[in-house]
Design a protein around this ligand. Sequence first.
Ligand SMILES: Nc1nc2c(ncn2[C@@H]2O[C@H](COP(=O)(O)OP(=O)(O)O)[C@@H](O)[C@H]2O)c(=O)[nH]1
Ligand SMILES: [Mg+2]
Length: 319
Amino acid sequence: MYRQSTIAIVIPAYNEEELIQDTLSGIPSYVDRVYIINDGSKDRTEERIQEFLSRDPRFVYIRHETNKGVGAAIVTGYSRSFADKMDITAVMAGDNQMDPNELPKLLDPIVNGEADYAKGHRLESRATAKGMSDFRFLGNTILTFLTRFAAGNNEINDPQNGYTAISNHVFKKMSPGSIFTWYGYCNDMLVKLSTYGFKIKDVVIPARYGRERSKIAYPKYIIRISRLLFNELIWRLNYQNMQASARKANSVMVIGGGMSSMSFAVATLSLITPLSIIGTPKPAESPVGMLIVLSLVGLGMAYLGFVLKKGGKFGTDLK
Ligand SMILES: Nc1nc2c(ncn2[C@@H]2O[C@H](COP(=O)(O)OP(=O)(O)O)[C@@H](O)[C@H]2O)c(=O)[nH]1
Ligand SMILES: [Mg+2]
């Protein structure tokens, strides 16, 4: 427990025989559960994890038979954490690149209610990005702008940072299964979280480079992430469009409903009240007919708004 919240950590691991044990031995004592996802590793990652499992009852080992991608591994962890009703889920890479001492900085904004998703930010200055190559620094800076554009959110920083914590209530709206399964999962999440209106907080945490070697192959990475971000942009515009239409349909429904019930009420009132009281002495001038027509028109409008809203599936999740 951390400040009355249950904490889960998801650790994606692919061919991490060298560093997985260092990662596991650094897990802070306040963490309640650790989901270790071995994503079809071909080296001795499994053995290394098994050596650790019996030492700590908080560890839950999950194996993907084949390699599905880092996003898929994280999705598996998120789904388990959500099913197990944990409050907050953090992600720490299996190559020991995330300093566990920094974890409270990500948990605090969530526990305080300031954020639904908190993530590390290494690009604040060249000092906080110490160890990152110039090429990566530039690439990450470009991806920051592209992700901001796709998400329509200019406050996003360091989108490729995998050191994150999320409040599990987010998964009621954004199902883990809808998240992209490869490296761009983090960009995908940022676009969705922004679009759904969740609060995102960047926390400056310096980069940590050690013995690990990145598995990213740049040509494939650049092509896939660019394509993903383009699709994200289209998704967001579509979603926002649908939300706007849903709002319009809602207005039609509410106005129609209001008009219908008011005219119906007045018509009923004028029928049961002596005509002299409401000032219509002659039956020919009675407003009842008109009111009934208005009531029917209002009913029609309300029905139309309802059909547009439901039938058009406005405001539901797009994938
Ligand atoms: N599950 C899974 N994890 C992966 C895969 N590729 C990388 N990872 C893990 O994701 C984390 C970050 O990957 P890495 O290649 O180091 O990316 P970088 O640190 O951003 O350069 C590490 O814990 C890796 O073990 C994969 O295909 N599947
Ligand atoms: Mg790494």
